[in-house]
Design a protein around this ligand. Structure first.
Ligand SMILES: [Zn+2]
Length: 244
């Protein structure tokens, strides 16, 4: 069985080399919502109605800021979405953040329309969570990033484990994640040297690759083009078919 991995956005927060962080598994599961998924999903031939799980790694806008637009696009779609189909999972506070962004950005009527028409189900995840959500097994690892809770995930589908580092330093959480997955979408914010803000740079990613030779690395959250032997470098709308 194969798992389809698409990168919607490959760029770091403020760089010009790619849209912000979002990835897609099997045209159903989105990890992070920093890029305009309501625009990019159709370019991959995916309907916004098909998404049944959104996982947020943390609350920085380049990972979560576009989720209200996806929810609004569903709520205002000519084709009514199936209420309750979509699950949104993330660190404690995810629901409060998304609803506050939605109300602040678009007003109460839009939030009520989302509540009525989309009716997303929220799931709180934390370090060590190991839960089945639909067809995905989701394990969560706390990682050290900046402010607020930050989680990295492994998502198992069709027997294949795909990891998503989110934003992180070279901490115990991301090392655990790399040790349990078949493929890892790994941030690489620093192309040449260590960077601030709680991120990985090329030298640290190379260390992770060396420590986990059986893992296929896909680098994203790029501030500039980067090259590391043994890793694939993402670009926006890159799609890969992963097999065990
Ligand atoms: Zn980021």
């Amino acid at each position: 069985m194969a798992v389809l991995l698409s990168i919607l956005g490959s760029g770091s927060a403020f760089s010009g080399c790619g849209a912000n962080a979002s990835a897609l598994l099997d045209e159903r599961v989105m990890v992070d919502a920093g890029s305009p998924a309501h625009l990019l999903l159709p370019r991959l031939g995916v309907r916004i109605h098909d998404i049944d799980l959104v996982l947020l790694t943390h609350f920085h806008m380049d990972h979560s800021g576009m989720l209200p637009l996806l929810l609004g696009a569903l709520a205002h779609s000519d084709e009514p979405p199936e209420p309750g189909r979509l699950t949104i999972a993330g660190p404690v506070g995810t629901r409060e953040l998304i609803e506050r962004l939605t109300v602040a950005g678009f007003g109460g009527p839009t939030q009520r329309r989302i509540d009525d028409r989309v009716a997303p189900r929220y799931v709180v995840l934390h370090d060590g969570s190991d839960v089945q959500i639909g067809e995905s097994r989701v394990r969560s690892h706390a990682v050290v990033h900046a402010t607020g809770p930050s989680l990295a995930y492994s998502v198992t589908r069709s027997g294949l484990r795909v990891g998503f580092s989110g934003d992180t330093t070279l901490c115990a959480g991301v090392r655990r994640l790399a040790g349990e997955v078949d493929a890892l979408v790994c941030e690489c914010s620093g192309p040449d040297a260590p960077v601030g803000g709680g991120h990985l740079w090329r030298g640290e990613v190379a260390e992770l690759i060396e420590d986990n030779p059986g893992v296929r690395f896909v680098l994203n959250h790029l501030a500039a083009p980067v090259s590391i032997p043994g890793a694939l470098v993402a670009h926006d709308l890159l799609t890969l078919e992963l097999t065990a």
